[in-house]
Design a protein around this ligand. Structure first.
Ligand code: C5J
Length: 228
């Protein structure tokens, strides 16, 4: 076990049973012309998470931590897209429409891909998810069960939407989640702060909150045996 300073109290990381889960660091959310922009957001607000995530990803790879990435998106025929989601927002552009980075939020299009700074390497599963949560209609539960994982370090975008939904789903499945504040971001800075507070409030009702520096320092430490 490695102790990571966190809110509401320290997180006892068991690196053999933990994974880093990076949520939706896709061009469609962080670059102009994608899904985030189509909904009227200032996508530059999400870029603060990129540098801390790069450092965390390097440290996690160095430590041999299991790493997974998710991408929100839909099949080219949109058969996995609820009409309610397609029309939500009433914007001029919506999911499946063609924009500067290809069809918005469609698997295989340039905008759907993960940004180059955080690109997955061999051995890091990439989970395509049609919803906001990473468990809905995906293979994530199977991967977690197969590997005997009980803890997730959850990062990515956006804090109050896909990160939060995934943490809530994981928590209800008995998985402990540690969210790193600087490795997540929102189009709404006040939502980011509130979402993190909600996770750690009430004794950690959804999980724990820490930051990249604390996690990176912990990953560099040799783990104590779990029963010590
Ligand atoms: C959103 C996400 N915000 N990845 N998706 O629609 O948070």
């Amino acid at each position: 076990m490695v102790q990571i300073p966190a809110q509401p109290y320290e997180f006892a990381l068991d690196p053999d049973k933990a994974a880093l889960l990076i949520i939706d660091m896709q061009r469609d959310f962080v670059e102009p012309g994608g899904f985030g922009a189509a909904l009227g957001n200032d996508v530059s607000l999400l870029r603060s998470a990129i540098a801390p995530l790069e450092a965390l990803l390097a440290a996690a790879r160095q430590a041999g931590l299991f790493i997974m990435h998710t991408r929100e998106g839909h099949k080219p025929d949109l058969s996995d897209l609820h009409e309610t989601k397609r029309i939500r927002g009433r914007g001029a552009m919506t999911i499946g429409d063609r924009g500067p980075m290809g069809r918005i939020l469609v698997i295989g299009e340039p905008g759907h891909d993960i940004i180059p700074e955080l690109y997955p390497v061999a051995g890091e599963p990439v989970i395509d998810k049609p919803g906001k949560g990473a468990f809905y209609n995906t293979e994530l539960s199977d991967i977690i069960a197969e590997r005997g994982l009980t803890q997730l370090i959850v990062c990515g975008v956006t804090t109050e939407v896909c990160v939060h939904t995934t943490v809530r789903e994981a928590n209800d499945r008995g998985i402990e989640c540690l969210v790193l504040s600087d490795c997540t971001a929102s189009y709404f800075p006040d939502f980011h702060v509130a979402a993190l507070r909600m996770i750690a409030a009430q004794g950690g009702i959804f999980g724990w909150v820490s930051d990249s520096q604390s996690a990176i320092a912990a990953l560099a430490e040799p783990a104590e045996p779990a029963d010590s």
